[in-house]
Design a protein around this ligand. Structure first.
Ligand SMILES: [Zn+2]
Length: 332
C-alpha cells in the first residue's frame, strides 16, 4: 500500500468509526462546517499517473443564482437549454472546486488552493474546504513542498493565506505564472470602467501576494515546474492562465485549470464566452488548442470545475467536444 493510500485508508477508518459510533459530525464540523447529516463525506480521490500519485481533493462549491450573463455571447435561454440537455440545474448554476495534490519524486505538490479559510467561515463550510480535506487525506499544510497556481481568481489563490492573513503553506515554495503576476500586481492594467469583481480581483491579488512577499517564484510556459510537471500557456481566461501536463513513463494527465469552467457550457460549446474570462477570444483559442491535443493524444484531463473527481477524457462532438468522466474506482 502506498504512503498516500495508507493515509487515506486510515483517515477513512477514523471517519467510519465516527459513523459507526453514531456521531453525525465530520472532521472539521466543530469549526462551523455543515453537520455530517448534510455533508457528503467522499472528498478525496486517488489516481496513479505512472509513478506519480494524484489526489483530487474537493474545496466545495459556489452557486450563482439568477446569473443572466454566465455566458456573455449567448442568451440566457441558450444557456438554460445547454444545461438541461446535460441534466444540470439551470438556476442557480453551481461550480464545484477541486484542487490537485501530487506526490512526485518524494515531493508533495499542491496545484491551486481553493477559496481559503476565510471563505470557509463565511460560507458555513460550503466552500473553502480544501485545507480541512487535505488534513483528512493525512497531510498537514506544513508538509507541502511546492504550490503551483494556474491563475489568480479567488477560488485558486484564496487558500494561499489563512483567515488571519498568514501564509497557509508556511514551508512551501509558491510558484505562479509570471504573466499572471505581472498583470494582477500592476493596477495600471485595470481598465477605467473595470467591474466591481475585477477591482476586487486586483485588490485580492495584491493583498495575498503582499503577505507572501518576494519569495514567490514566477515561471514561464514550457518550464518543468516540479518533478514530472510542465507548464502550458493557456492564456485568455486570465492573461497568464496556465495549465500543466504531468508525465510519468507513458502516463499523462493535463491539469487544465479554468480553460473551461462549466463543462456542459464551454466544452460542448468552445466558442461560448464566460463572464469571468478576461480575454474571451483568446480563451476560446487556448481551449481549442488544448482540447485538440487532448483528443488527438487521448490524454486524461483534470478540470478544477469538472464534476468530482474532476477527471475524464474528451471526445470531439459536432463543433465542440464532450467530457467523458472517469468511472469512480476505489482501488486504482
Ligand atoms: Zn476557477
Amino acid at each position: 500500500m502506498s504512503d498516500f493510500s495508507r493515509r487515506t485508508f486510515l483517515a477513512g477508518t477514523a471517519t467510519a468509526a465516527a459513523v459507526a459510533s453514531g456521531t453525525t459530525s465530520y472532521a472539521g464540523a466543530s469549526d462551523g462546517s455543515p453537520s455530517g447529516a448534510r455533508r457528503t463525506r467522499t472528498s478525496i480521490y486517488r489516481q496513479n499517473i505512472g509513478e506519480i500519485e494524484l489526489l483530487s481533493i474537493t474545496d466545495g462549491a459556489t452557486s450563482f443564482p439568477r446569473r443572466q450573463d454566465f455566458v456573455t455571447n449567448r442568451s440566457p435561454e441558450d444557456v438554460a437549454q445547454a444545461l438541461q440537455q446535460a441534466f444540470f440545474p439551470t438556476d442557480p448554476i453551481t461550480l464545484t472546486f477541486t484542487p490537485v495534490v501530487l506526490k512526485s519524486s518524494g515531493k508533495l505538490i499542491v496545484i491551486d488552493t481553493g477559496l481559503g479559510e476565510a471563505a470557509f467561515k463565511q460560507s458555513n463550510g460550503i466552500g473553502g474546504q480544501f485545507h480541512s480535506n487535505l488534513a483528512v487525506a493525512g497531510y498537514d499544510a506544513g508538509s507541502v513542498d511546492r504550490v503551483l497556481i494556474t491563475h489568480f481568481h479567488a477560488d485558486h489563490i484564496g487558500g494561499l493565506v489563512t483567515a488571519d492573513g498568514k501564509p497557509a503553506f508556511p514551508k512551501s515554495e509558491i510558484w505562479v505564472p509570471a504573466a499572471e503576476y505581472a498583470f494582477w500586481m500592476n493596477s495600471g492594467n485595470m481598465a477605467p470602467d473595470a467591474s466591481e469583481a475585477m477591482v476586487a480581483n486586483f485588490e485580492r491579488a495584491r493583498r495575498i501576494f503582499g503577505i507572501l512577499g518576494d519569495s514567490v517564484k514566477k515561471f514561464a510556459p514550457e518550464m518543468e515546474v516540479a518533478p514530472g510537471v510542465t507548464s502550458i500557456a493557456t492564456h485568455g481566461h486570465t492573461p497568464g492562465h496556465t495549465s500543466f501536463i504531468v508525465t510519468s513513463g507513458s502516463d499523462k494527465v493535463i491539469i487544465q485549470g479554468d480553460v473551461t469552467t462549466h463543462p456542459a457550457l464551454f466544452i460542448r460549446h468552445p466558442d461560448w464566452h464566460g463572464f469571468t474570462d478576461v480575454d474571451p477570444v483568446m480563451a476560446e483559442q487556448s481551449r481549442r488548442m488544448l482540447y485538440d491535443r487532448i483528443v488527438a493524444e487521448r490524454i486524461l484531463v483534470h478540470g478544477f470545475h469538472f464534476p468530482f473527481p474532476s477527471l475524464g477524457h474528451l471526445t470531439r462532438e459536432d463543433d465542440g467536444y464532450r467530457l467523458m468522466p472517469i468511472m469512480w474506482n476505489p482501488a486504482p
